[in-house]
Design a protein. Sequence first.
Length: 501
Amino acid sequence: MPTITTIDSLRNHVGQTVTLQGWVHKTRSSGKIAFVIVRDGTGLCQCVVENNEQTGAVFADARHLTQESSVEVTGTVRADERAVGGHELDTTGLRVVQAAVDYPITPKPHGVDFLMKHRHLWFRSQRQHTILRIRHTLVDAIRRYFNDNGYVLIDTPVFSPSAGEETSTLFEVDYFGEPVYLAQTGQLHVEAACLAHRKVYCFGPTFRAEKSKTRRHLTEFWMVEPEIAYASLDDVIGVAEDFVCSLVRRVLQDHRADLEALGRDLTQLDHIDKPFARLTYGQAVDMLHASQTRELLEKDLREQTARIEELTAKIAELEETQKTARKKWQQEKAAQDIQAAREERSDLAEQVSNIPHHMDLAANFEWGSDLGGSDETILSRLHDRPAFVTHYPKEVKAFYMRVDRQDPRLVENFDLLAPEGFGEVIGGSAREEDYDTLAARIAEDGLPRESYEWYLDLRRYGSVPHGGFGLGVERTLAWLCGLKHIRETIPYPRMMGKIYP
Ligand code: 4AD
Ligand code: MG
């Protein structure tokens, strides 16, 4: 019996006969030879089947293989630099485990909606496979950072008696006749634990009824939230900076080739290091009003309009190729490129149509309002490093944030904006440790006091300055992978109007 192995370890089996267990990715054949590209979860391998006396029967089977049929392929491993993955299999045996008929995701172009409805199958395509492997590494790096630095993992509940963030994004659940909420954050519960363990973190799914469809919002996302006793705002910012550097380093170290395959330009990521930029909310507002913001958006308008024209010309050219190409694969390639160019063009057209609005929002931004998505994008693009924006007006932020003792209009908080327009990946703050001030903020926000009595206990019994932050896994992954939309960063994206599969 030949050894069963995986594609990522073929290099240890050159010259040997092995069996691969996988799925048919693509096939191509002529009268003399068939090529079956097999994927097995660890990589791709081209299996070559010759139509000769020994392998004639295998060749006949290979010609009938359909996309995504599950197969066991046996053959001799040959190193070949030009081959995908660097090895080929000279095939001597083939067993179809299950023959797939009409696999829906064909090499032809498909729209995003179609792919999202087939998320359970879309996983298998190269790009999705790559992104979810990077997610795996990111999650590992997150856990490692806190585990290696003395933080205790505290699992916080998903059913929560109280709102942690904006009450407008609560998902209400009937809990034996009582209304409770799906957790918007584990923070309040993990704060209690930091008074027991000093340094703690929670990491889990988080739920927000985001009623708008944006490229940054999910209704279910993963967030890691460290919380540290006896920490000031500066201490917490220092941790966030060190933490984010460790994540970037690890992902670059393990996935450089994957990121390049995704088309990620690594120039900026490669240079991410401490210290990050720091500005206050007040300074951010000044930046939005300054000429550099207007110039940036005017430049976008010019460049994107030019790019749209370029794409229109390219599409016309490709349509011609599609009509005149002789080979089926050439037509398919042209169709795919047309689809990609059309998608890019319609994205750009939408962006261009929004630019005047974004200019207007930035120019007329009023001190006291919250920074919106487009403002964050602008601020993030005006920095070549991640940037901390601190000290927002109290009114636009959550009740638990520590009131600035120098300027009580402000809170001691921060958002971390990733560069290149990716925007907020972390939100954090020092927490109000004073009982009276906190009780007053709960009342001001009109929150039901009785749901927060337990939280106020933390200020009654040994209250200390403390703080922490929350990093969103999907936003961070979108930034690291350079993805325009958050929907590809989570195995099963949940957004308004999207719940299947
Ligand atoms: O800024 P947020 O709302 O902060 C909190 O929840 C605090 N309780 C965290 C803390 O101090 N312990 O959310 C933190 C991060 C955001 O920066 C973003 O990365 C992510 O969570 N996030 C979302 N990601 C995807 N979809 C959404 N709807 C998100 N809302 C927040
Ligand atoms: Mg936030």
